[in-house]
Design a protein around this ligand. Structure first.
Ligand code: PMP
Length: 342
């Protein structure tokens, strides 16, 4: 890459193989398809949209639907092409050589976006059992005065959850912004209202997980209108397609259709945790739709041979695996194949 700028030396483009066949448990997607009723409403509404026109750059229909859902003002919401795009906008609009604090391990893209903006990243390890080390987070905030503190709760990949009191202590301690990434909060608890209560908090959410809509690429941020304006400075014009805006607004207006599936996913994840624990595997308690487990290479490759896809991650020189729950049948096959390779 001879034209790549110096500060990005050594980077490689993001790569994720498109898998369509097998048991796909590696991307934290929903175990269940988008509810049929959502697709039926979409079909009815398709005739009403004019694809010749650019989409609404203000994303009005989806922001209004979200504002109604959360009982907040539309000025407290902005939307992106996945929450990924909003992370990019947040880093580009906030960070220039400043410190960023996040826990380790966490969602890998934070570090990538930080590197594009020369952010200085500080990793805070978890306590044993991947429990948040709030004391060390607070101590580091006082020492380093970071511009951004990122808490992913429930955390990808460990499934850890940070209690509201700890979040509030962090929010009150820092002079900077707290980014609370709640990509998985529908599977446990949300603290989105902290973004309205405090002026230095951004809560990030997505339609990719609990709403079974990863294919439309739509995420959103809730924050003070001042921080929303700040993020929007780096938001590209017409970022969301007309179709994505329409589908997400249908989903949020009919969110009751998801309730049963979300409950099932949580139950299936707990059962998956129990089954792995029963095999004496080192698995972490998770508040999300996935589990985080230590497996040996033999198991991983045996699963691959059987077209069962899980996510491999290196942490402290050891391999851990993040496995999102599949359906009951998929989980049964997974456990059976793990047993074969134990
Ligand atoms: N935050 C977290 C914690 C994630 O795990 C993900 C996706 N894996 C994202 C943000 C980005 O999600 P999306 O761009 O699909 O909204």
């Amino acid at each position: 890459m001879k034209y790549l700028k110096k500060s990005l030396d050594g980077k490689v483009p993001y790569y994720s193989k498109m898998i369509t066949d097998g048991i796909i448990l590696n991307a934290n997607e929903s175990a269940f398809e988008t509810p049929k009723e959502i697709i039926d409403i979409l079909k009815e509404k398709l005739d009403t949209i004019d694809l010749r026109r650019y989409p609404d750059t203000d994303n009005t229909i989806i922001r209004e639907a979200l504002a109604k859902n959360y009982n907040i003002d539309v000025t407290n919401i902005t939307c992106g092409v996945g929450s990924d795009q909003l992370l990019d906008c947040i880093f580009r609009s906030l960070i220039e050589d400043e410190y960023i604090i996040a826990c380790n391990p966490t969602f890998s893209m934070y570090k990538e976006y930080a590197s594009y903006t020369n952010g200085k990243f500080i990793d805070i390890d978890f306590l044993p059992g991947f429990i948040y080390d709030t004391k060390t987070i607070i101590k580091t905030i006082k020492e380093k005065n970071p511009k951004l503190v990122i808490i992913c709760s429930p955390n990808n990949p460990t499934g850890s959850y940070m209690e509201r009191e700890d979040l509030e202590t962090i929010i009150k301690t820092t002079n900077g912004v707290v980014l609370l990434d709640e990509a998985y909060s529908e599977f446990y608890k949300s603290n989105y209202d902290l973004a309205i209560k405090y002026s230095n908090v951004i809560v990030l959410k997505t339609f990719s997980k609990a709403y079974a809509l990863a294919g439309i690429r739509l995420g959103y941020a809730i924050s003070s209108s001042d921080l929303i304006d700040t993020i929007n400075i780096c938001k590209p014009p017409y970022n969301l397609s007309t179709l994505s805006q329409l589908i997400a607004s249908i989903a949020i207006e009919n969110k009751d259709l998801y309730k049963e599936n979300i409950e099932k996913i949580v139950k299936l994840k707990d059962e998956l945790y129990d089954s792995l624990k029963a095999l004496n595997l080192n698995v972490n308690k998770s508040y999300s739709n996935f589990v985080f487990v230590k497996l040996n290479d033999r198991i991983f490759f045996h699963l691959l041979e059987n077209k069962i896809y899980i996510r491999r991650l290196k942490y402290n020189d050891e391999f851990y695996y993040r496995i999102n729950t599949g359906t009951k049948e998929e989980n049964e096959i997974l456990i059976e194949k793990i047993k074969e390779a134990l």
